[in-house]
Design a protein around this ligand. Structure first.
Ligand code: NAD
Length: 426
């Protein structure tokens, strides 16, 4: 395949391609790969609701159960004005691979509503959420499908999901959703879990290369839930966060950015790293956000949105290690460029699995009516991430496959084995 032909892939085509490539490598028999590529169900719903001014409005939403062979469907709900059916399917495919690679007894799902939550009031978002949940509620449940937060949703939205579902079934059901507020059965450690996993993934790969995070220069795109925790936890392990970017632009300091001052600025109401008065603003605006990839550094962590790193950005990367905190931040073309340049990429399906791992631990606590303290949750997240890394790394070495394909093969193999054992109904 030429580099040029990679540019034509949509996120869904790229996700399907990655599963098909894994199926071909495994030489799956009897058309099994088609069963694995295809989602079990795609639910599309209309969401009529009242605006605050009393007028009637309507949105469109989806919930996709991609694979449920190994356990209940699991995946976030995204509120974003560019969400569409294909993107939700692509993200659900990634989720099935992620739970399989992390060896969690869960399937893969994703949901989304196409709207910009920043343009709606809290009460409107609550009505939208409740109507969406009531439209898909017969497909939800602790043993069926357990949503979680994603871009544009948060613990409050999850609380409304839990309440709407619980009202429908007639009793409080905390286990129907993860990423809930602590008061409703949410888990300590959830907020930092994905960033913690991203940093652990980097540290584990560096250890295989005979080095550590100490003194490594890191550039991160996104200073939200994933990026900000990845930055803080990497800095706590001796790394220097030299570059950060978000919708407002990119900042740089080769001696390491002062994260405590950035966090204080955010608490004071600043909305972008570029407006914190920390470091040098090397590029402004969301277009300037990609400048972070070309900064001189050792490790790049894209922790914002999908498709952030295309071929041009991949060419600009000076780092030798890329850790995918976001879902699908590298296009297939970027992957190709980085592979040719010998840059190691730790793929999203492993690197950002700390979040779903902690969500799984939240489910365990809900099922057992237990509450673990934060240190215990963090330690369990790290243990599960390490176990998954050893399996993934050993398989990549043994097979000689690039890391992304090795991860996909491992995920697809885990799912295919489960399909074979369960057999084909009827
Ligand atoms: P978030 O909304 O908390 O933060 C997103 C960050 O990205 C913000 O700093 C925002 O300014 C920045 N951003 C948004 N659009 C941008 C653009 N066009 N250019 C540059 N920066 C932009 O989201 P999050 O929860 O941190 O999620 C980030 C990514 O990680 C998403 O791809 C999400 O699917 C993925 N992810 C999140 C979790 C989780 O637990 N939150 C788990 C796994 C994967």
């Amino acid at each position: 395949m030429t580099t040029a032909s990679y540019q034509t892939y949509s996120a869904l085509e790229a996700a399907e391609l990655r599963v098909r490539e894994a199926g071909e490598w495994l030489k799956l028999e009897d058309g099994l790969i088609e069963t694995i590529v295809r989602p079990r169900r795609i639910i599309e719903v209309a969401i009529p609701f009242r605006r605050d001014d009393g007028s009637r409005d309507q949105l469109i939403g989806w919930r996709v159960h991609h694979n449920t062979t190994r356990g209940p469907a699991k995946g976030g709900i995204r509120y974003h004005h560019e969400v569409n059916r294909d993107e939700v399917v692509a993200l659900a495919i990634g989720r099935s691979l992620k739970t399989a690679i992390a060896n969690l007894p869960l399937g893969g799902a994703k949901g989304g509503i196409c709207f910009d939550p920043k343009k709606y009031s809290q009460s409107e978002i609550e009505r939208i959420t409740r109507r969406y949940v009531s439209e898909i509620s017969s497909f939800l449940g602790p043993d069926k499908d357990v949503p979680a937060p994603d871009v544009g949703t948060n613990a409050q939205v999850m609380a409304w999901v839990m309440d709407q579902y619980s009202t429908g079934v007639g009793h409080a059901t905390p286990g129907v959703v993860t990423g809930k507020p602590i008061e409703l059965g949410g888990s300590l450690g959830r907020e930092s879990a994905t960033g913690r996993g991203v940093v652990e993934a980097a540290a584990l790969m560096l250890a295989k290369q005979g080095t550590t995070l100490q003194g490594k220069r890191i550039a991160i795109q996104g200073y939200g839930q994933v990026g900000s925790w990845a930055a803080r936890l990497a800095a706590a392990r001796g790394a220097l966060i030299v570059g950060l970017s978000d919708v407002g632009g990119t900042i740089y300091d080769d001696k390491g950015l002062d994260l405590a001052r950035i966090d204080q600025a955010f608490r004071d109401g600043v909305r972008s790293v570029a407006d914190c008065g920390v470091g040098e603003v090397v590029a402004a605006g969301d277009k300037g956000s990609a400048a972070v990839f070309g900064l001189p550094c050792d490790i790049v962590m894209p922790c914002a949105l999908g498709d952030a790193v295309g071929e041009a950005e991949a060419q600009s990367i000076t780092a030798k290690l890329v850790v995918e905190g976001a879902n699908g931040p590298l296009t297939p073309g970027a992957d190709h460029v980085l592979a040719e340049r010998g840059v190691v990429v730790i793929p999203d399906v492993y690197a950002n699995a700390g979040g779903v791992t902690c969500s799984y631990l939240e489910q365990c606590q809900n099922f057992a009516h237990l509450t673990w303290d934060e240190d215990e949750v963090n330690a369990r997240v790290i243990d599960l991430m390490r176990a998954a890394f050893e399996k993934f790394y050993a398989f990549a070495q043994e097979s000689g496959l690039p890391y992304r394909l090795a991860a996909s093969v491992l995920g697809v193999k885990t799912i295919a084995d489960a399909h074979r054992m369960r057999g084909l109904h009827p």
